[in-house]
Design a protein around this ligand. Structure first.
Ligand SMILES: [Fe+2]
Length: 149
């Protein structure tokens, strides 16, 4: 079956750590899409949510740490977006924990919006800022070291 989102260079930022996180996210979107096609949402929503919470626990501290290190001007707004995403994940988790399994479409929509509005827009902006900062390590001490991670 054709993947909902095909991984391509257009989605890559050329930094392995970030690309790998993006790939994980794309994997979840594709799995959710496949489950919807196969009418098996109920079976996968719990698993996707666990992985989503896991992704969020890695993504958010790593990114926010990097943003503080490069003194990213959009830090506060980005942090607010993260908080909103986390709140939604917790809401979904509560529903599933409460026995609601009919959240497949809602979760799929949430993941799609997260991907387009947050990953490909907000994250993209800080990554570009980061790449620019890393290209001028003298102006921003410490970035060269972070870049190497
Ligand atoms: Fe982010």
């Amino acid at each position: 079956m054709k993947q909902f989102i095909e991984w391509s260079n257009a989605l890559s930022v050329g930094i392995d750590e970030i690309d790998n996180q993006r790939k994980l996210f794309v994997g979840m979107v594709n799995e959710m899409h496949e489950a919807i096609q196969a009418r098996q949402c109920r079976e996968v929503v719990g698993d996707v949510l666990v992985r989503l919470a896991d992704y969020t626990n890695n993504h958010v501290p790593a990114e926010e740490g990097l943003m503080r290190a490069i003194k990213y001007p959009g830090y506060k707004a980005h942090q607010d977006e993260h908080q909103q995403l986390i709140r939604r994940v917790v809401e979904f988790q509560k529903k599933v924990d409460g026995g609601t399994t009919t959240i497949g479409f809602e979760l799929m929509h949430f993941l799609e919006v997260w991907f387009t509005d947050h990953i490909m827009w907000s994250d993209q902006q800080y990554v570009e800022h980061f790449i620019e900062a890393a290209a001028k390590p003298k102006q921003r001490p410490g970035v060269g070291r972070l870049w190497q991670r």
